[in-house]
Each structure stands twice: as C-alpha cells, then as structure tokens.
Ligand binder design. Structure first.
Ligand code: ADP
Ligand code: ADP
Length: 229
C-alpha cells in the first residue's frame, strides 16, 4: 500500500483567490515525488489537505484508492509520517520523544530507531532519569539533532507514507547533507512526498512537480526539468 492520489483538486481558504487549482498527481507505492515551488505556491496546503485539516472545494484525494473523507483521523495518522521543518519536542527525555512514534515500543526498538537516525549517543551516554531531558530543564539540541529525534520517531512509527515538509530547510548546509542521507534511507520502501523550495535541494525523485500560484506548471524528472532551466 501507500498510493497517494490527488485528482483535480481545487481549494481556497476563504472567499479570496484559488489557492490550489486542478492539482493532480499520483505517488505510486514506494515512489518518491517532490513538490517544488516558491513560497506561497501552495505546497504546505497540499500537506494540510492530506491530513484533512481542511476540506477541498473540488476534486478527490485518495489513499490506496480510498477517499480520505472516509478514512478516520486515527488511520490517517497511522498511514502518514511527517518530518516537519521545525520539530517541536516534548519537554521530556529523548527516549520519550522517540517512543511517541509508537507508544508501547520496547527500549531495544527505541534504541534501534535512534541508531538508524544517528541520535543514539544522546540516549546511551547520559545516566538514565537525568539523562537527556529536552527543553528548558535539559539538553539544548541543535536543529539537526531535533530533526534526528523526529526521524527516529518516524522510523519507530514505520508508516507506509512519508511527508517531508521542507524537512531540512532550517539547517546549515553540512547538517542538511547529513540529514538528507538519513531521510533518503528511511524513504526506501515507502511512498515519500518531499516538499521543497528549490529544485537543487531535491535528490533522487521519481517525479518532480513544480507548483506556482496553486497550479502545477511543470512536471518531470530532475534531468528533464534542469535541462529546461
Ligand atoms: P507554500 O507552502 O508553498 O509556501 P502555502 O500552502 O503555505 O504555500 O500557502 C499558499 C497560499 O495560501 C499563500 O498565499 C498563503 O498566504 C495562503 N494561506 C496559507 N494559509 C492560509 C490560511 N490559514 N488562511 C488564508 N490564507 C492562507
Ligand atoms: P531550502 O529551504 O534550503 O530551499 P528545501 O525547502 O528545498 O530547502 O528543502 C528540501 C527538502 O527536501 C529537504 O528537507 C531535503 O532534505 C529533502 N529531500 C530532498 N530530496 C529528498 C529525497 N529524495 N528523500 C528525502 N528527502 C529529500
């Protein structure tokens, strides 16, 4: 499973102009598609619609052929894992923050996810209890470290669909490169929808959609779009 489909989706927040106009795309199970476009193009709106924060005005959105209106919030959240741009962590231990991805996971499973996300050192090198409180009373994590916690949480959750909403755009170039590698690893075998500002930051996608003022203005592979300029 893991097919995501938008069919002629139109949307507006209020009575103003259309924010999305006739947006259609299919992310096949296991594929990676990128949605690229300038600020205000409507990229985040697509992710909000996928989570049913808003109802569309026209068109159809399906997951594995099922209309998302007919999917419960609980199963939507099960099906889609999001790695956002700015990860907000709970004021608790890193273990707690990772385990949130799948309450009931064993310590060994939490540690395995932490290893894959390369945040393992933070949960083993400090004594338990004091260990690694996040927030005011504890560790100050960098943006990249927070993203690693978010990635570990998503690994533990193991969703068929990943939504990466400018997941590394708040990071410096070196950290971005490192996190990008982790993101590519966890995208393997899942459907991934990558939201990005710039074409140049998108790597290894099956299809790229260029969104501008709510419309898909170009679509194709990386090579084809770069050749067009
Ligand atoms: P992007 O993610 O590509 O930067 P967004 O999807 O966030 O774009 O926004 C698309 C357009 O919708 C923008 O013009 C933005 O100002 C507008 N917009 C976003 N959120 C709201 C909202 N809650 N109410 C009204 N307009 C909004
Ligand atoms: P900037 O704000 O610097 O332009 P973007 O908003 O374009 O950055 O961010 C691009 C996002 O897409 C980053 O989170 C990057 O890590 C991610 N990304 C690009 N290609 C892939 C991929 N194939 N798999 C997973 N993540 C990807």
């Amino acid at each position: 499973g893991g097919e995501v489909r938008f069919e002629d989706v139109s949307f507006r927040y209020d009575q103003r102009r259309g924010i999305l106009r006739d947006v259609s795309f299919t992310a096949a199970p296991g594929s990676t598609i990128a949605i690229v476009g300038p600020s205000g193009a409507g990229k985040s709106t697509i992710s909000r619609i996928l989570f049913r924060f808003y109802d569309i005005e026209q068109g159809r959105v399906t997951i594995d052929g099922q209309d998302i209106d007919a999917v419960t919030q609980a199963s939507l959240r099960q099906a889609i894992g999001i790695v956002p741009q700015d990860t907000v962590l709970f004021n608790d231990t890193i273990r707690y923050n990772i385990r949130y991805g799948r309450p009931g996971a064993t310590d060994a499973e939490v540690e395995q996810a932490a290893k894959l996300a390369r945040i393992h050192d933070f949960i083993v090198s400090l004594p338990d209890g004091y260990d690694s409180m996040v927030g005011e009373r504890g560790l100050k994590l960098s943006g990249g470290e927070k993203q690693r916690v978010a990635i570990a949480r998503t690994i533990l959750k193991n969703p068929p669909i990943l939504l990466l909403d400018e997941a590394t755009s708040a990071l410096d170039t070196q950290t971005e490169k490192e996190i990008q590698t982790s993101l590519k690893e966890i995208s393997r075998g899942r459907t991934a929808i990558v939201i990005a500002h710039r074409l140049s930051t998108v790597v290894d996608c099956d299809e790229i959609l260029v969104l501008d003022k709510g419309r898909i203005v170009e679509r194709g592979t990386h090579d084809v779009l770069l050749a067009k300029g």
